[in-house]
Design a binder for this molecule. Structure first.
Ligand SMILES: [Fe+2]
Length: 211
């Protein structure tokens, strides 16, 4: 009698200890919040739309501004890679000018900045871009726009921001997306020197979590 009861108690204890663990894991998997696409998604794609936005193919010049290496993984709520997800980013140049017909002063834009790039996440869900540290423009705190389209037809549209930028809290798009502190983690880029990657550049790691 004693043995089976000990066993079953142990079984119960094991079961009890597994439950909080798995629910804690689920709680960690907060999706990247959805945010507006904004008015500047390209109406036509540049001839060069690879994942290096700092240099346009066929041009010697590098874009003005500070280089930022943005990389991470595209994963689901279960933490598993979403291989083959198409990741797109777009942003304004170092002067705050988008390559878009609605952009006032578009002709003054930095032609050495690609402005838009895309790539397919690899088998581990990894993606990477060489782009610029985003700058502010009238009415918005610095941000990078992104879209991620999974192989099974899910689409996430969002934006990344610079952690700690004093303009963030005055930006209504940021404030709305960052109300939940766990969502805030998903959209705030912590910038560090890109040591060993590129002199004078910055780097950040941002996972894109798609629910
Ligand atoms: Fe924007």
């Amino acid at each position: 009698m004693t043995k089976p009861s000990i066993l079953s108690r142990r079984g119960l204890l094991l079961g009890a200890s597994l439950l909080p663990l798995s629910s804690a894991r689920a709680a960690d998997a907060v999706p990247t919040p959805r945010q507006t696409e904004g008015p500047f998604y390209p109406t036509g794609f540049p001839a060069d739309m690879d994942n290096d936005l700092v240099q346009v193919r066929g041009q010697q010049a590098l874009a003005m501004g500070q280089v930022l290496h943005l990389e991470g993984r595209v994963i689901g709520l279960d933490g598993k890679p979403l291989a083959g997800t198409l990741v797109e980013i777009w942003q304004c140049d170092a002067q705050g000018i988008y390559d878009h017909p609605r952009q006032p002063g578009r002709d003054r834009r930095d032609a050495a900045f690609q402005g838009y790039g895309r790539l397919m996440a690899d088998a581990d869900g990894k993606y990477s871009f060489r782009t610029l540290k985003p700058v502010a423009y009238p009415g918005r705190t610095p941000h990078i726009h992104l879209k991620a389209a999974t192989g099974d037809g899910r689409l996430l549209t969002s934006q990344f921001y610079i952690a700690g930028d004093p303009q963030n809290e005055r930006d209504f798009v940021f404030r709305d997306a960052a109300r939940d502190p766990r969502q805030r983690e998903r959209i705030e880029m912590r910038l560090e020197p890109a040591s060993g990657i590129e002199a004078g550049a910055l780097a950040t790691k941002m996972d894109i979590v798609i629910g």
